[in-house]
Design a protein around this ligand. Sequence first.
Ligand SMILES: Nc1ncnc2c1ncn2[C@@H]1O[C@H](COP(=O)(O)OP(=O)(O)O)[C@@H](O)[C@H]1O
Ligand SMILES: O=C(CO)[C@H](O)[C@H](O)COP(=O)(O)O
Length: 536
Amino acid sequence: MPGGGQEPGSYYVGVDVGTGSVRAALVDQRGVLLAFADQPINQWEPQFNHHEQSSEDIWAACGVVTKKVVQGIDVNRIRGLGFDATCSLVVLDKQFRPLPVNHEGDSHRNIIMWLDHRAVSQVHRINETKHGVLQYVGGVMSVEMQAPKLLWLKENLRETCWDKAGHFFDLPDFLSWKATGVTARSLCSLVCKWTYSAEKGWDDSFWKLIGLEDFVADNYSKIGNQVLPPGASLGNGLTPEAARDLGLPAGIAVAASLIDAHAGGLGVIGADVRGHGLACEGQPVTSRLAVICGTSSCHMGISKDPIFVPGVWGPYFSAMVPGFWLNEGGQSVTGKLIDHVVRGHAAFPELQAKATARCQSVYAYLNSHLDLIKKARPVGFLTVDLHVWPDFHGNRSPLADLTLKGMVTGLKLSQDLDDLAILYLATVQAIAFGTRLIIEALEAAGHSLSTLFLCGGLSKNPLFVQMHADITGMPVVLSQEVESVLVGAAILGACASGDFASVQMTLQPSSQDPPPLPDHTALLNRTRPPSPGGNV
Ligand SMILES: Nc1ncnc2c1ncn2[C@@H]1O[C@H](COP(=O)(O)OP(=O)(O)O)[C@@H](O)[C@H]1O
Ligand SMILES: O=C(CO)[C@H](O)[C@H](O)COP(=O)(O)O
């Protein structure tokens, strides 16, 4: 992190709220991760395509992990705190108490999760308006964004939720409010999920046209009328109450947040790759595509000028890297799809027993099993007769069609461990081909990409990484620090503390010591796609 005026020995805390768990890290001023903790979080699926969480559960999990990562250190050296989270919708009443987002009236479940697809009719009507704001979400609004979910609440839970609601937050903004009492929203969440424009603000005509004129009438106080760039310092920092909840000192700087994919993008896209002979070395940062792979995969490409890519979210100005436009491609289920396919297979109990006996994860076992059965052929050739279409939860990009479903062709009557391993491989390949389609759409619209930077839980799977390199034909860079999303969150805390002037400063590779944050080393993988044997 060049040019930082930080005190020696300063620490920053990053908190990352993913779909399945909350993670925290203690990071030093060089971007080195000193401590890590995670804690699973609850999810409810009361009916098909309804996915809910609890903001109280999530806040409690934040406290568990932050207390763990600061154990045994001098907490007075902690200078800043940053949050990132999934782009789920949190609903609170006028006194900031949770409100139910379900027909059961269970106010503990007050979050409509990002992957919830209940608002199909609402998003269809929004897209039929062809309003100008849709140009900035790839031409088609996704059912996973907030406007259709808000309309669903108004049309379906008028008395129990809508009429009582005082505050609708994106989850990253809920966390920064909970920590500071400041209701300001991050430019990242409002631009990417709520149709806010960094240049023009809210568009009254959009909200009136879709039947949510209520927000215009109260000057957007329920969805945010104070907007700050990610990394900006909020109010007087951590409140005494939040400090007790999190086990951190009151008054430390707290940053305006980022969505999780954007924190991951920030954590990897500025990596210092000098000396590895990569195509992107010496090239502008716009030649890099960050791919954040967890429950979903998000493909983050930046540009100096706006690029309109049909079916790819954005262009969003300053939503991830200040001063740059962002296009965000995505696949709604990737980690979740692999888990679904593997766990649902008849041979899964056998796989689990064998992996446990070897003290391995099921994925490490499957990867070594594929090595055994590939015989003399490269692993990619095992799927010549088995193909997966991976849109089990619709297609986010570039087809932007939520009605699409998954498909498998080439099934046989046998269901043994070999079959499971090959189906798993075909699924991973199908996901990688989905990434290739997104890259092709980005490049057709004007992006010029040469290198992938992967992070997130799936980037710990060597087969997933290798298939992405093979199928896209691009080198893949993995960060030395595997928890790059958390490094992104900690960067926010470092900026809010004033130790670093801007988020952008942390991205400039420099020859000075200490090295830029994050402290990356490139791990390279360059292979060409196999011509036969490709999946799909
Ligand atoms: N070591 C690993 N090997 C293979 N897959 C992994 C590994 N670690 C995590 N994953 C996969 O990554 C996905 C979760 O990634 P994560 O970034 O934790 O998700 P989220 O942020 O959505 O909670 C899961 O599908 C999980 O199976
Ligand atoms: O829409 C997104 C980012 O814009 C993400 O898909 C969503 O936030 C979930 O992320 P994850 O898969 O890491 O849990």
